[in-house]
Design a protein around this ligand. Structure first.
Ligand code: ADP
Length: 333
């Protein structure tokens, strides 16, 4: 975190507070002096004509005293209100300042990660094509290279989809083409792509048949793909990822549970922010852009749904999305 802007902020902050306190003190002292001098002067004048009565028991003194009290109260109360308002304002500025710094840091991380995410699959594909051109390969070797290149292309495709989709969500929330969609079938189709994975993760998918939803199929797919992709990325090898799609009285429930690294409580809200990734680009081993969960949350909100994240047992994470729609949901699974 850059320290310079904050040093300036704290200097200005301290100066303003000291400046306010100093002026309040000056006004307060001036009021005290004015009161003492007025009373002394009036007392001298009064004694010249009334030697027997004490000035401090007169109406004139009562008026001077009440004016002094009023001004004292005004200086203290207004000074205090001003100080409190200024402190609140400065704290707010500090908060916005911190948010801006955090966003700038996340954007920097995003640029670093996206450069890597774009370059590494492209380099692998290039290398595969160069190898196939230079050498006469056995059919199974070619098949392996083509398979790897296709999965690199899939990675690039889903990365570009996420970037374009995030931009679309930012531009307008109404740019979706909603249609009655068999999300049971769509989910099953999307899950198929993930079965063959290098970490030997078993996908246990239980999908209730015949669930329809009024939804943009790309938007719904982005929820399934991002949650499943994360589960596969952050789960340990040789574990099981459980995917469930069902309906109940609250609507449509979609959940993905993994036995991976898990998400500490402190980050359970932050992970949905745009570009937010746990750790820094230097310390992270799993690559990503920090856009996935942001997209999932925004899509869920656009369809009036809710998303929650809880701990799985014995370890890992469960993401649950609930959509309040129950269109044509049949239970013939
Ligand atoms: P990305 O995965 O591209 O970094 P996301 O927005 O999808 O971005 O996720 C944000 C962060 O939330 C990730 O960087 C990761 O630290 C954390 N996260 C998301 N899903 C999981 C999961 N299933 N298990 C553990 N951590 C997760």
């Amino acid at each position: 975190m850059p320290t310079n802007p904050f040093r300036t902020f704290y200097v200005v902050f301290t100066y303003i507070i000291a400046f306010t306190l100093w002026w309040a003190y000056l006004l307060y002292a001036k009021n005290e002096t004015a009161y003492t001098e007025t009373v002394e002067l009036n007392e001298i004048r009064f004694r010249q004509t009334n030697a027997t009565i004490d000035y401090q028991s007169t109406d004139d003194f009562a008026k001077v005293y009440s004016k002094y009290k009023r001004q004292k109260f005004m200086i203290l109360s207004e000074g205090l209100a001003f100080l409190v308002l200024m402190l609140l304002g400065l704290l707010r500025v500090r908060k916005v300042f911190l948010q801006e710094i955090e966003l700038a840091e996340q954007q920097k991380n995003f640029m670093l990660s996206i450069t890597h995410e774009l370059k590494s699959p492209l380099s692998s594909i290039k290398l595969a094509l160069q190898t196939m051109r230079k050498r006469k390969l056995e059919p199974d070797q070619s098949e392996r290279l083509i398979g790897n290149s296709l999965s690199d292309i899939d990675r690039l495709d889903s990365l570009i989809d996420n970037i374009l989709f995030a931009a679309k969500i930012e531009r307008s929330e109404t740019g979706f083409s909603d249609a009655e969609t068999d999300i049971s079938e769509l989910t099953l189709h999307l899950v198929q792509k993930f079965y063959d994975n290098k970490k030997a993760i078993v996908i246990d998918a239980q999908i209730q048949q015949g669930i329809y939803m009024q939804v943009d199929s790309l938007a719904y797919s982005s929820v399934v793909i991002n949650l499943l992709e994360n589960a596969m990325k952050y789960a340990d090898a040789n574990t099981k990822v459980k995917l469930r799609l069902s309906t109940d009285s609250s609507g449509i429930i979609f959940s993905v549970a993994d036995n991976g690294v898990g998400i500490p409580d402190d980050f359970k809200t932050k992970i949905f922010e745009k570009f937010y990734r746990i750790g820094s680009e230097e310390t992270r081993s799993v690559k990503g852009t920090g856009l996935g969960l942001y997209i999932v949350k925004r899509v869920t909100e656009i369809y009036n749904g809710r998303i929650s994240v809880t701990n799985n047992q014995p370890k890992g994470t469960v993401f649950t999305v609930t959509f309040p729609q129950t269109i044509s949901a049949s239970s013939n699974n």
